[in-house]
Write a protein that binds this ligand. Sequence first.
Ligand code: AMP
Length: 209
Amino acid sequence: MKLILLGPPGAGKGTQAEVLTKKLGVETISTGVMLRAAMREGTELGKLAAQYIEGGKLVPDDVVVGIVKERLSQDDCKNGFILDGFPRTIAQAEALNDAGVEIDKVLSLEVDDSVIVDRLSGRRECKACGTPYHIKNKPVPENGKCVCGGEVIQRDDDNEETIKNRLKVYHEQTEPIKEYYAAQGKVVSVDSEGTVEETTAAVDKALGL
Ligand code: AMP
């Protein structure tokens, strides 16, 4: 299964990807997790990405396309993968297509903007492995550490002003991707405003799992 997860920030892409990765037995490729790792390591890529991520803007297409292509060429992606946070522009979707990558399905997680700010302000993430948590919906284990033992933190870009920018960018640049894939008959949409479990059940049904 070659699956794309689409939806605004806070739609639950990372959370559902975690469940789907286990069920489908394929890796999740998250551009956000890869870019934040590069930022922490202080690499050239990380320094470049920080300039965009901190303001809620998109990292340039050629940069992101490059890291995704490189990642997808690795052996563990041969039998399928889940893309979380990529593509985010029509140009990225076209680059994927031009690279000969055949997507099977695009799962669109639907959440109204009014729910997003509240969701994102309660969101936390493992600094080491990127596993997502939420203070109400998916609490951190009792010892305060991620299941991998890593430190759980709040992302710098989960603040109100940046969230508003990210939502604007989503509607302007990412949402048109839905039409792009709908024209190929690949989009399945799921209501993602309920609990994690409700959304997981709806995802299973939509994907026939
Ligand atoms: P995410 O973890 O998916 O919410 O991504 C966090 C931030 O990383 C975004 O707000 C962008 O600045 C950047 N980013 C992640 N994926 C992409 C992408 N496919 N294209 C451009 N920028 C991206």
